[in-house]
Design a protein around this ligand. Structure first.
Ligand SMILES: [Zn+2]
Length: 74
């Protein structure tokens, strides 16, 4: 029965691994950069995060945050 138990243990492990492998969800990341003014650090950019593959030196996008009727752009 020893070999049988070993097989059953292997089955358990493969089932566990399969349940952890979930389909990767593509989640839209936000930029989240806070406003440059110290008084407005609660204002964070709601634009999509810049592509991390962009080469260094690529200028930032125009950060934006819509707070009610106020649109902050920096
Ligand atoms: Zn931004």
């Amino acid at each position: 029965m020893t070999s049988n138990r070993a097989k059953s243990k292997a089955d358990d492990e493969s089932t566990e691994a399969a349940s952890e492998a979930q389909p990767k969800e593509v989640e839209q990341q936000l930029c989240g950069k806070p406003h440059f003014l110290p008084a407005l650090t609660h204002v964070t950019c709601t634009q999509p995060a810049p592509d991390p593959d962009l080469p260094p030196g690529t200028p930032d996008h125009q950060h934006q945050h819509l707070d009610g009727d106020a649109l902050y752009i920096w």
